[in-house]
Design a protein around this ligand. Structure first.
Ligand SMILES: *Cc1c(COP(=O)(O)O)cnc(C)c1O
Length: 369
């Protein structure tokens, strides 16, 4: 018999019965989208769960990023300091807003923006800093805020990986001017496709509401060049169901990550990212770094695992700044650490429904070389 394939991730789902029961009322109301009852309910529940002052639900994480940047009203061509060690969406959202990404290096210990290198990138055209809580690793939010305050810059976090993460007892979405979450099917919490923006300024709620609804202000009045960023009711209900189980799901992931940590912590040439003190994690990813002391290169290990039906991901490789659509378009200075991480990183399988035994087997295979 063929060995069962293990993929890097698999979507969590409520039971079929639970979801079917929950969507039944839609056949009475016929209200399927446009900020319906379930949209409102999920927005309220997420605001509480994520422990954030304000929250706007969106059709997906990418649109949430684009509309948040748009809502800030930066002048065309302004510069946004960000990192290239992320999913392509982060950089696309900046460029699609007619702004210029300025890539900052990341820290080897956790892959987040190197806050000590931000100030040297600031010019009179800099409008914002857009760091990424990559793999749910928390950026140095305090130092980033200090720099932003000193130069009058906005801070928008790509918190797509950081659902439910908290730092110093506060929801991660309560730092900065806005934090964008993704509820894509592969994320820790999902609404099939979906996302949200969390923010402290009540005025942003109305702006985002307007922008996600085409900029429409009245039956005969459109005041902004908006988009369609609305989450539909089927997705909102999937979110309500999944939110009921998210703690359970995170607990399962925690057990898997701890098994990996146990098995891989002391392997020569395998390095794990450092987790800051005072962080409550969501265990969304398990990235490892393959260093020179390991007998195989990252790419070789990726291939060997694949031969054994274990599908890992080079997540994130290449850097977004090295992708065909951006290469040689923007200043590329001092991205040494980001480039090294991109060459060393390998995300191992972790998802609800994977067994601890699967994880110990994967760890054993990695140890055996
Ligand atoms: C998933 C993801 C996004 C985009 O979210 P979608 O919901 O898929 O549109 C943005 N940034 C990062 C870092 C992501 O991982």
């Amino acid at each position: 018999m063929d060995k069962e394939k293990i993929f890097v991730t698999r979507s969590s789902m409520p039971s079929y019965e639970e979801y079917i029961e929950a969507i039944k009322p839609l056949w009475d109301s016929h209200w399927l989208t446009n900020m319906g009852k379930y949209h409102q309910e999920l927005e309220k529940n997420l605001r509480e769960y994520l422990d954030v002052p304000w929250l706007s639900l969106m059709v997906n994480g990418h649109m949430a990023l684009e509309l948040t940047i748009q809502a800030m009203g930066f002048p065309e061509g302004a510069e946004v300091i960000t990192t290239p060690f992320t999913f392509i969406s982060t950089t696309h959202a900046i460029v699609r807003n007619h702004l210029k990404p300025v890539f900052c290096d990341v820290k080897p210990e956790d892959g987040t923006i190197d806050e000590t290198k931000i100030e040297e990138l600031i010019t009179e055209r800099t409008a914002a800093i857009l760091p990424v809580h990559v793999y749910g690793n928390v950026c140095n939010v305090e130092e980033i805020q200090r720099i932003a305050d000193k130069y009058g810059l906005k801070v928008i976090y790509d918190a797509a990986h950081a659902f439910g993460v908290s730092f110093k007892g506060k929801g991660i979405g309560s730092y900065g001017d806005a934090s964008v979450f993704s509820f894509h099917a592969t994320k820790v919490f999902h609404t099939i496709e979906g996302g949200a923006v969390a923010f402290p300024d009540a005025k942003l709620y109305d702006k985002l509401y307007n922008l996600k609804n085409f900029g429409i202000r009245g039956e005969e009045l459109v005041t902004a060049v908006g988009a369609n960023g609305k989450m539909n009711e089927f997705c909102a209900i999937m979110g309500l169901c999944n939110l009921d189980h998210v703690e359970e799901s995170v607990a399962q992931r925690k057990a898997l990550c701890e098994e990996y940590e146990k098995g891989l912590r002391d392997v020569s040439g395998i390095r794990l990212f450092e987790i800051k003190q005072e962080v409550k994690r969501n265990y969304g990813y398990f990235p490892i770094l393959i260093e020179d002391a390991y007998p195989l290169s990252r790419d070789e290990l990726y291939e060997r695992l694949k031969e054994q039906q274990i599908y890992t991901r080079k997540y994130f490789y290449p850097l977004t700044s090295d992708q065909a659509c951006f290469k040689n378009k923007y200043r590329d200075v001092g991205l040494g650490d980001a480039r090294r991480l991109a060459k060393q990183v390998l995300a191992l399988p972790v998802y609800e429904g994977l067994w601890v035994d699967n994880v110990s087997e994967i760890a054993k295979i990695i140890c055996a070389y």
